[in-house]
Design a protein around this ligand. Structure first.
Ligand code: GCO
Ligand code: MG
Length: 418
């Protein structure tokens, strides 16, 4: 089965998505997600200018060989642009192989290890009443694990807090609570938004929020929190320790984790479980974190970690150290990338939890999906392949819109991690 055609499709139904579509001589098509939030067109060029010419004429069945060829023949290794491009090819080839076999991809990965995937959603509010409403909406929507982000007194805007409801899925928690609980790049303006940050105010405030949430919703509900790379190692240790009484499922990205040794210091001080890796893209980025058991959950997504084939290797390595998956699943992972995550999560033994933010109605109209969401559990469905089809005409209605992620400045004007 030969790859005859490769198209790179850019569409912006509420936000930008980049999708690779491969077509074989036997008429099978496969989709891969190559979306890199805020840097989308770099991956489009990498694919169109450098990868597509190498794909035409290749045997579509040779997934591992194609991965190794694209990775090693580039000479320049790793990096989010390269790895998102390779990920898209890998996903599309698994999609094709599933369709050719008449099986959902999870069957090709060894079959289901569970009946469904525990998923968490994002509750947020600028203050406690708004946060409690958002938690209640998520519980009504069926979520059985919830991430908690709130405004911090004295700061005007902060990562993870709702902006506006205009592009929300009707009836979703985000729409009902008055806005998106995370940043939708499209229509955000073609210049990075500046936000303010103060670590001491944040560290004082966050434990009081978890105290209040546990008081209102009880001890059972799994709660998560994302520090979004903003703390130094000793500040992260302080936060992990302060949150221990509230029994978090995880504390995410407590430090900018390129400095892997920093996590040794955090670990010495706290038993709060740690999740890291949404900005990593290969198994080598996790080497020390996994080998020294400095984390509890791998946050990599299929889209940004070289596809199903490579993320599976990361997770198999992690399994030897009792580290589980916690795959990244914000709305900047397209429905294709989410489907790939669900197939992989269903098949591996060391699945932990899946992040799941609902896409907008416009996104769902472009990407026709076959996953299910029942009783707090996701399932990729049993359609052959990944189970997602892209409506090209619908996609054509939403041209690319330039959009950047925000950035932070401290009170004295210093740029800080966002
Ligand atoms: C998360 C992430 C996202 C990122 C976003 C950047 O935990 O879901 O931190 O919200 O900020 O994916 O593109
Ligand atoms: Mg995160």
């Amino acid at each position: 089965m030969i790859i005859e055609r490769a198209d790179v499709i850019v569409t912006s139904p509420s936000r930008n998505f980049v999708t690779l579509k491969l077509t074989t001589d036997e008429g099978h098509t496969g989709l891969g997600d190559a979306t890199l939030n805020g840097r989308e067109l770099a991956v489009v060029s990498y694919l169109r200018d450098h990868v597509v010419p190498l794909l035409i004429g290749r045997d579509a069945h040779r997934i591992e060989d194609t991965w190794q060829f694209l990775y090693r023949s580039a000479y320049w290794r790793r990096g989010p642009v390269t790895m998102a491009a390779i990920a898209a090819v890998d996903m599309a080839l698994w999609d094709i192989k599933g369709k050719a076999a008449g099986m959902p991809v999870y069957q090709l990965l060894g079959g289901a290890s569970r009946t469904g995937l525990l998923a968490y959603g994002h509750a947020s509010g600028k203050d406690l009443p708004e946060l409690f409403d958002s938690v209640r909406h998520h519980l009504e929507e069926g979520y059985r694990a919830i991430r908690i982000q709130t405004g911090v007194p004295g700061l005007t805007s902060i990562y993870g807090i709702a902006s506006n409801a205009a592009h929300e899925h009707p009836g979703s928690a985000a729409a009902a609570s008055g806005g998106r609980y995370d940043y939708e790049p499209a229509r955000r303006g073609a210049w990075p938004k500046e936000e303010d940050w103060d670590t001491r105010s944040y560290l004082r405030h966050v434990p009081t929020v978890f105290e209040a949430v546990r008081g209102e919703f009880g001890p059972e509900l799994p709660l998560l929190h994302d520090a979004h790379h903003r703390l130094t190692p000793i500040q992260a240790a302080q936060l992990g320790k302060a949150l221990e009484p509230y029994d978090l499922f995880w504390l995410e990205d407590c430090t900018p984790a390129e400095n892997q040794e920093a996590l040794r210091l955090v670990r010495q001080h706290t038993t709060t479980p740690l999740a890291i890796g949404e900005v990593f893209n290969t198994v080598w980025d996790y080497q020390q974190l996994i080998r020294e058991q400095l984390i509890d959950y791998v946050r990599g997504s299929v889209t940004h970690t070289g596809g199903i084939s490579h993320l599976r290797k990361v997770l198999d390595h992690a399994a030897q150290y009792q580290i589980k998956s916690g795959m990244h699943g914000p709305t900047d992972i397209s429905p294709v990338g989410m489907a790939a995550a669900m197939h992989l999560g269903l098949a591996i033994h060391n699945f932990g939890i899946q992040e799941y933010m609902r896409h907008s109605a416009a996104t769902d109209a472009v990407f026709r999906q076959s996953f299910t969401w029942r009783d707090g559990l996701l399932h990729p469905g049993d359609a052959p392949g990944l189970g997602v089809e892209l409506d090209v005409d619908e996609a054509g209605r939403y041209p690319y819109e330039q959009a950047y992620l925000p950035f932070n400045r401290l009170a004295d004007g210093t740029v800080h991690d966002w």
